[in-house]
Design a protein around this ligand. Sequence first.
Ligand code: ATP
Length: 197
Amino acid sequence: MNKPLSIGLTGGIGSGKSLVADFFKLLGIPVYISDLEAKKLMQTNSLVRENLINAFGEVVYSDSGELNRSELAKIIFNNADALKKVNSIVHPQVRLHYKEWLSQHTGVSYVIQESAILFDTGLFKNFDKIITVTADKEIRLSRVVERDSCSRESVLERMSKQISEQDKIEKSDFVIYNNTELVIPQIIDIHNQLLEL
Ligand code: ATP
């Protein structure tokens, strides 16, 4: 069986990555959602567990072994070093887990890894092609405020930490515009191009 192409799907906060990922799934494409898998690994991967406990103490897991998300959230809230530490523990395991997941997916032309931080981390170099989903800042802002019932300021704060839309667009092989454009035809067009590669 041929190895499938590995496609990165990224975009800034509220750009519509999850929505686009769902459409690719509908087209039969396996999609690896990095955030979701990272959360699972924090629960199930013994090395992640050990390293988190070494870094932050037993308090990050409950007596029954569940990840204590609220404790961890308290620890990383406004603490860039702690967040960096968590990422340095979790991200390498996500990379390994994705490689393993990829090796289990033969018989398809391509698979997708969705992650908000492909460009921020340099991970983009590992992919055969990159798709970026983008929308204007104000649209992304209002969509996230509505989705998460949070303040504009908190979204702006998260946006300020992400690399610019223009940077992402320039470094991408495909761009999906998600303002008022029709999204599904753009996805089908990219899907067809990827099938041809
Ligand atoms: P995050 O990085 O925060 O996880 P995301 O890039 O995965 O965000 P989504 O969750 O897919 O973004 O989209 C953000 C919100 O905007 C969701 O509530 C989604 O339903 C909505 N949304 C996305 N695209 C559109 C669209 N074209 N029209 C209307 N609503 C949309």
